[in-house]
Design a protein. Structure first.
Length: 361
C-alpha cells in the first residue's frame, strides 16, 4: 500500500482551535487564512527552517506580508519585540508559525500582543500548537501564563512537513509529548476523556517511535507520532501539569538546557518520584507505552532508541543541583506527591549522572 494513502486524515476541534490533519494539507493554507478573514500573513520560523518558511510563503502567494526567521527556544522577549516591530512595518493581519514549539511560542507571543489570528503548521511533536500556555523568557527567568486567547486559531498538521525531522530530534520531541500525557494521567483535574486521550497518545507515540526507529522513511510512523503529539497537546491544554514540567521549565529557562532533550532525561525520574503517590497513573502510562517496568522501563526504552539519559551530557553541572532545586520548589506546580527541596535535589542529582532508576525494575 502506498504509505501516504494510509496516513490519518481528519478535521477536528481542540478547544477553540480548528484542526486539519493529513498529508498535503498545507495546500489548504490560503483557504484557512481566508476562513480567519485575514489577507496578509507574517510567516515565522527558526533560522534552521528559513527555507521552509520561504516555501510556505510561496504557497500563500500574494497573501504573504513577510518572513521572520529568528524564532528561538523559550520565547525570549527581545526576539518578540523585534518580530512585533517587523509585523507592524509589513502591515500583517495574521501570523503563520511553521516549525516546532519555538516558532509556535513566538506566534503565540505576537498574537497575544496584537490580537491577530494565529495559524500553526507544526513540524515537531511539542504540542504547543493546541495549548493556551505561553512560556516567555526575560532576564534568565522563564514565566508561564495561560489564557484561552493564547490558543492558536487553526492548526494544519501536515505529516509531510515532519519528514525532515532528524531521528534524535524526533525521539526527544516525542518524549516531550509523552510527558504531557503522563502528567495528565495524575493531574488533579483529570477526567475519563483526558485519561483516554493520554493513553491513546502514549500508544501512538511509542508505536510511532518503535516503527520509525527501524524504518526511518515511514510516513505511517510519522503520522502516528504527529497524531500522538496532537493528543498530548490536547492533554496539556485540558489539565494542569506537575513536577516534571516545573523541573524542565526551570532547567530550560534558568540553565539554558535544550527543551525536548531535557524532558527526555527527566521524565523517567519524575515518574519514579511520583509513583508512590500515583501508582495507578504510572502503571497506566507504562501499559500504554508497552514498557514492562514502569519508569525504569521507560528509561531503558529511551536508551534502546539511543536517546539521552543524563543531564550532564546536556550541559547541566552537578554544582547547579542545589540552585535548580531551590528554583523548582519556590513556586511548585500542583503535584500528586509533596514536592520537597531534598527530594527534588536527589532527583536532579540522579538525573545529572543518569543513575539507573531502581523502583520496580
Ligand atoms: P524547536 O521548535 O526549537 O525545534 C528544534 C529544532 O528542530 C530547531 O532547530 C528547528 O529549526 C528544527 N526543526 C523543527 N522541525 C523540523 C523539521 N521538520 N525538520 C528539520 N528540522 C526541524 O523545538 P521544540 O522542542 O519543538 O519546541 C521547544 C519550545 O517549545 C520550547 O521553548 C518550549 O518551552 C516550547 N513548548 C511550549 C509548549 C506550550 O504548550 N506552551 C509545549 C511544548 C513546548
Amino acid at each position: 500500500m502506498n504509505g501516504k494513502d494510509s496516513v490519518r486524515s481528519f478535521e477536528s476541534q481542540t478547544g477553540r482551535t480548528r484542526i486539519v490533519f493529513g498529508s498535503g494539507t498545507v495546500q489548504g493554507l490560503a483557504d484557512e487564512l481566508t476562513r480567519l478573514e485575514a489577507h496578509h500573513a507574517l510567516v515565522l520560523s527558526t533560522p534552521g527552517q528559513a527555507a521552509l518558511a520561504h516555501r510556505i510563503g510561496d504557497v500563500l502567494g500574494g497573501k504573504t506580508a513577510g518572513l521572520f526567521s529568528e524564532a528561538v527556544m523559550h520565547t525570549p522577549v527581545d526576539v518578540t519585540d523585534r518580530a512585533a516591530a517587523y509585523l507592524q512595518q509589513v502591515g500583517a493581519d495574521a501570523v503563520v508559525a511553521v516549525g516546532g514549539g519555538s516558532t509556535t511560542g513566538l506566534g503565540k507571543a505576537l498574537a497575544s500582543r496584537t490580537g491577530l489570528p494565529h495559524l500553526v503548521l507544526p513540524t515537531t511533536y511539542a504540542g504547543s500548537e493546541v495549548t493556551p500556555v505561553l512560556g516567555e523568557t526575560a532576564a534568565g527567568m522563564k514565566t508561564t501564563r495561560s489564557s484561552p486567547t493564547i490558543q492558536p486559531d487553526t492548526v494544519i498538521y501536515d505529516v509531510d512537513l515532519t519528514l525532515t525531522l532528524p531521528w534524535l530530534v524526533s525521539l526527544t520531541s516525542a518524549v516531550n509529548a509523552m510527558a504531557h500525557a503522563v502528567e495528565a494521567l495524575y493531574a488533579a483535574e483529570r477526567t475519563e476523556v483526558s485519561d483516554q486521550m493520554a493513553t491513546d497518545s502514549l500508544v501512538a507515540l511509542s508505536t510511532g517511535l518503535r516503527d520509525l526507529y527501524v524504518n526511518r522513511g515511514s510516513v505511517e510512523a510519522r503520522s502516528e507520532l504527529l497524531y500522538g503529539a496532537w493528543l498530548a497537546g490536547a492533554c496539556l491544554s485540558a489539565v494542569g501539569m506537575g513536577l516534571h514540567h516545573k523541573l524542565c521549565h526551570t532547567l530550560g529557562g534558568s540553565f539554558g538546557l535544550p527543551h525536548a532533550p531535557t524532558h527526555t532525561v527527566v521524565l523517567p525520574y519524575a515518574m519514579a518520584y511520583n509513583q508512590p503517590a500515583a501508582p495507578a497513573a504510572v502503571a497506566a502510562a507504562a501499559a500504554a507505552l508497552d514498557v514492562a517496568e514502569g519508569p525504569a522501563g521507560l528509561q531503558s526504552f529511551i536508551q534502546s532508541l539511543e536517546g539521552p539519559v543524563d543531564l550532564a551530557a546536556l550541559g547541566f553541572a552537578i554544582e547547579d543541583v542545589a540552585r535548580a532545586a531551590d528554583l523548582a520548589t519556590a513556586r511548585p506546580y500542583p503535584n500528586p506527591r509533596e514536592v520537597t527541596k531534598e527530594g527534588v535535589a536527589q532527583l536532579l542529582q540522579r538525573a545529572t549522572t543518569g543513575a539507573p532508576i531502581e523502583g520496580d525494575r
